[in-house]
Ligand binder design. Structure first.
Ligand SMILES: Cc1cc2nc3c(=O)[nH]c(=O)nc-3n(C[C@H](O)[C@H](O)[C@H](O)COP(=O)(O)O)c2cc1C
Length: 551
């Protein structure tokens, strides 16, 4: 069975497979009160075949709401509404995290019952327009957050996380992506602050880290995940062009909190993904960009097998295919998502996508009595307006179409395989250095001792018979050392190669220990073979070659 469909242990939470439903706003909460509806319970329960569902973004407070009809996580009625959703998912055998989304400067006073002016790190008006009850309107200039606003927003995230657990969610995901509040603080355009919350990468990361810390303190780090989209340009957001300067220290700081997972939307290429994956100590979840053209292409699933990620998330493809894991396992066929019913409206395009077991063929027709299609599209920058006609989903500018008319998912990168308790992996550089050092120390110590004792034996009583095996045994250290230097040089540029070097190190140790069976006596041969195996395993484990999945 493909590793993607094997169970996974997410910090003690058992997932039945490694396919995740990505968070997707559907703007179908009930007024008054923005309460999750009974249809939402059915929608999520239909997709309980996912290893994990991440809910649509839910605002932690009235000022965190940017769009119309998005559900909240801050009132008793909303908690009760979500309880219906989580019960339905759990009854269907699924797991579900709540995504907490504070939209920050992305919003409009007309979208809030209290006419709240959107908040932002700085008073910088985003370019673009937003769907409101009065139609499409320009974004407004946000109100620059005061210290008190910032503290309140952090505490609102923590309170919403507590509410999510009360509502029966298995955990929460902090929305730190796609140009919303957390990402606005990380950015170099929406954040123009000169105090402790802006300027240096460390200051821009402070809000994300404080939010993650507050949520982890509220519900436990093992129930807290975070989503990032380095390089995304959604919602007029601009990251520091040197993405690693912002995101590497951020990920290392977040990693030190012991969170359940990091969820990365792949925007800026596989190399960056790999750097972040290597820097992240627990479960890595990827919303991939493989540039795949057909849904039968299993490049995405291979990313789990090759260790690029532990879990793979799919958005639009999951929206249109309630039984997506089954279809992926069978390599299709896939329903085509209908962008015209993405946001708002009735149950058409929401509850009526068929499964393989139900009647075939979902005709993706434009919504009839649902909310205006094109406007709803433009209302949500996480989806391209152009996609209404083509179903091409063009998230960030750098990410090519992630969904083709055929319903094809954009790529993904996945990693590791097995189930088990979360394992902390050192960053690549650290791991490579540990590998080299471990191999060198073991080899030098063992071969050094062997060399000295062998040499002293030969000196004390010349035994030419020893030389034919003794010399090659010592010399075999040299190739292992050379391999180490080559591995170090190549994996600096191509992190994915580390796995192959791990296996090469192990293979070398096994092969060379076999040659030692020709040693003059069994005891010597076995001890030399053991030395090679110990050295080889140190190399293998330190490079991460034995890792199944981060779990
Ligand atoms: C209708 C729709 C709504 C979305 N809403 C959210 C959201 O609330 N939170 C979020 O983090 N991403 C949201 N996204 C982005 C998806 O989670 C995902 O990153 C994106 O669709 C790319 O993945 P895909 O190619 O598998 O669809 C949304 C995407 C779609 C299609």
């Amino acid at each position: 069975m493909d590793i993607a469909f094997k169970p996974y242990n997410l910090m003690g939470l058992s997932l039945k497979n490694r396919i995740v439903m990505a968070p997707m706003t559907r703007s179908r909460a009930l007024e008054p009160g923005l309460v999750p509806s009974p249809s939402m319970a059915t929608y999520y329960a239909q997709r309980a075949g996912a290893g994990l569902i991440i809910s649509e973004g839910a605002q932690p407070s009235p000022e965190g709401q940017g769009y119309t009809s998005t559900p909240g996580l801050h009132s008793p009625e909303q908690i009760q509404g979500w309880r219906r959703v989580t019960d339905a998912v759990h009854t269907a055998g699924g797991r579900i995290f709540a995504q907490i989304m504070h939209t920050g400067r992305i919003g409009h006073p007309d979208n809030s019952s209290e006419s709240i002016i959107p908040l932002g790190p700085s008073a910088v008006q985003p370019k673009g327009r937003i769907f409101t009850a009065q139609g499409m309107q320009d974004f407004v200039v946000p109100r620059e957050m005061t210290e008190a606003d910032i503290e309140k927003a952090i505490q609102d995230f923590a309170a919403a996380a507590r509410n999510a657990i009360e509502a029966g969610f298995d955990g929460v995901e902090i929305h730190g992506a796609n140009g919303y509040l957390v990402h606005q603080f990380l950015s170099v355009n929406a954040n123009q602050r000169t105090d402790a919350w802006g300027g240096s990468p460390e200051n821009r990361a402070r809000f994300a880290v404080r939010v993650a810390q507050a949520v982890a303190d509220a519900i436990g780090p093992e129930r807290t995940g975070i989503r990032l989209s380095p390089g995304a340009s959604f919602n007029d957001i601009e990251d520091d062009p040197d993405l690693l300067r912002t995101y590497l220290p951020l990920v290392e700081k977040l990693g030190s909190l012991g969170l359940a997972y990091l969820h990365v939307i792949e925007q800026a290429g596989r190399q960056l993904t790999q750097h972040l994956r290597d820097a992240w100590p627990t479960t890595f979840m990827l919303n991939p960009d493989t540039g795949m053209n057909t849904p039968t292409d299993d490049r995405a699933l291979r990313l789990i097998k090759d260790g690029s990620t532990d879990l793979l998330s799919f958005g639009a493809l999951f929206l249109a295919n309630p039984d997506l894991p089954k279809r992926l396992a069978l390599k299709g066929p896939y329903n085509t998502p209908d962008p015209s019913s993405y946001f708002g409206g009735d149950d058409h395009g929401y509850l009526d996508y068929p499964t393989l077991d139900s009647q075939p063929v979902h005709e993706t027709q434009p919504a009839t009595d649902s909310q205006p299609v094109q406007e709803a599209h433009e209302a949500h920058p996480e989806v391209s307006p152009a996609s209404a006609a083509t179903t091409t989903f063009t998230e960030p500018a750098t990410r090519s179409s992630s969904l083709r008319p055929s319903g094809r998912p954009a790529a993904s990168a996945g990693s590791a395989d097995s189930a088990g308790p979360a394992r902390r992996a050192a960053p690549l550089w650290g791991r490579t250095l540990v590998a080299g050092a471990a191999s060198a120390v073991v080899n030098i110590a063992l071969y050094g001792a062997g060399f000295l004792s062998g040499a002293s034996m030969i000196m004390a009583s010349p035994q030419p018979a020893l030389i034919p095996w003794f010399a090659p045994a010592v010399a075999s250290f040299l190739p292992l050392a050379i391999l180490g230097v080559i591995a170090w040089l190549i994996t600096r540029k191509r992190p994915a190669a580390k796995r192959w070097f791990a296996w090469a190190g192990l293979a070398f140790a096994v092969i060379s220990c076999a040659s030692l069976l020709s040693a003059p006596d069994a005891a010597t041969g076995i001890s030399l073979a053991a030395m090679h195996l110990v050295a080889g395993f140190a190399w293998f484990i330190a490079l991460g070659g034995g890792r199944k999945s981060a779990a």
